[in-house]
Write a protein that binds this ligand. Structure first.
Ligand code: MTE
Length: 313
């Protein structure tokens, strides 16, 4: 059975690819202190890893993609609604109530609706998409997501001609999410895409990974995945999607507008104000790799024709 064309070819995926071959498709403003920001977004030096160990210089040729282990994906996560400690999220998020769960889709649409996630999973085929995920902090993974293209849901609600952007919002529930009881950030977490980015075939709503439902720490029960943008655009545990006329202000733009723009396309030529984006460390590997424009997903380039990507970072 044909695999989705933008999935990384199985031939380029090593050992865990055995798992992939078994299946193809399935049904189914608060101002932030410098210290806080540093903790929030990391400060990846090019020559040492998180433990301070020296790492070899990056290779200059593209390296093959290996599926990141399920254990790494489950335990090395960013979900600030719980904690900024990557390894502490899984435990704090364990009891998040993820069913039943509804997503309200509205704004500038002809048919606003409230969708139950179980119903969405029945309504749309759950496809497997193996995507690279590149975090703005300088680390990356390769993740076998399950989900469906966002454009299928948008087609149901029928955006009106005035709709130019899509705004996404995460659950706000400080009783369940201890990070939201702090005032480090202005909750809830918000993200946005231009409508044509949202309609792109690569953009998915994910409900699972490694053939299982998403775990709370990875954004259960439903999250966005936009593989050519830095990971922070891939907003977790979504409860609201609105079609809007004006460019939404995202959580990170609000926290630190100098450091985080609306587009956040992976771009090795535009450094973050505090660190280079030229290389990345694949979780599970030692040697750093080169980072590629649009995270290697060249087919999205036409979306940005004529735009200055340094200005629109
Ligand atoms: N979504 C919400 N609601 N809260 C977050 O803190 N972190 C983002 C993104 N989505 C985040 C979020 C960041 S910085 C990254 S790199 C990815 O989720 C990480 O996804 P993962 O932890 O499932 O690998």
């Amino acid at each position: 059975m044909a695999k989705f064309r933008n999935t990384i070819p199985a031939s380029e995926i090593t050992p865990e690819a055995l798992y992939i071959n078994r299946r193809q498709f399935m049904k189914g403003g608060a101002a932030l202190s410098a210290a806080a920001l540093l903790a929030a977004c990391g400060s990846p030096p090019p020559t040492v890893d998180e433990e301070g160990t020296a790492v070899p210089a990056p290779t200059s040729t593209p390296l093959p993609d290996t599926l990141t282990s399920e254990q790494e994906i489950l335990n090395y996560v960013n979900f600030y609604e719980f904690t900024r400690d990557k390894e502490g999220v899984a435990e704090l998020a364990r009891d998040l109530i993820t069913s039943p769960w509804e997503v309200a889709v509205g704004g500038l649409v002809r048919n606003p609706g409230v969708y139950d996630v179980d119903d969405l999973k029945r309504r749309f085929d759950q496809e497997e998409r193996i995507y690279r995920l590149r975090c703005v902090e300088g680390w990356s993974m390769v993740i076998p997501w399950l989900g469906f293209p966002l454009h299928k849901l948008l087609a149901q609600v029928e955006p009106l001609p005035a709709a130019r952007y899509v705004r996404f919002e995460t659950l706000y529930d400080p009783a369940q999410m201890p990070g939201q009881r702090t005032d480090w950030y202005e909750w809830p977490y918000v993200e946005g895409l231009r409508l044509d980015e949202a309609m792109h075939e690569l953009t998915i709503l994910s409900t699972g990974l490694y053939d299982k439902d998403l775990s709370p720490q990875n954004g259960a029960p439903i999250r966005l995945v936009v593989p050519w943008k830095y990971g922070f655009k891939s907003i977790k545990s979504i409860v609201k999607i609105d079609l809007v006329e004006d460019q939404p202000e995202s959580f990170w733009m609000r926290s630190s507008p100098r450091e985080y723009g609306f587009y956040a396309n992976v771009n090795p030529n535009v450094p973050h104000p505090r660190w280079s984006q030229a290389t990345e460390r694949r979780i599970g590997e030692v040697r750093r790799r080169r980072t590629f424009l649009f995270n290697g997903y060249d087919e999205v380039a036409p979306l940005y024709e004529g735009m200055d990507l340094t200005e629109n970072f």
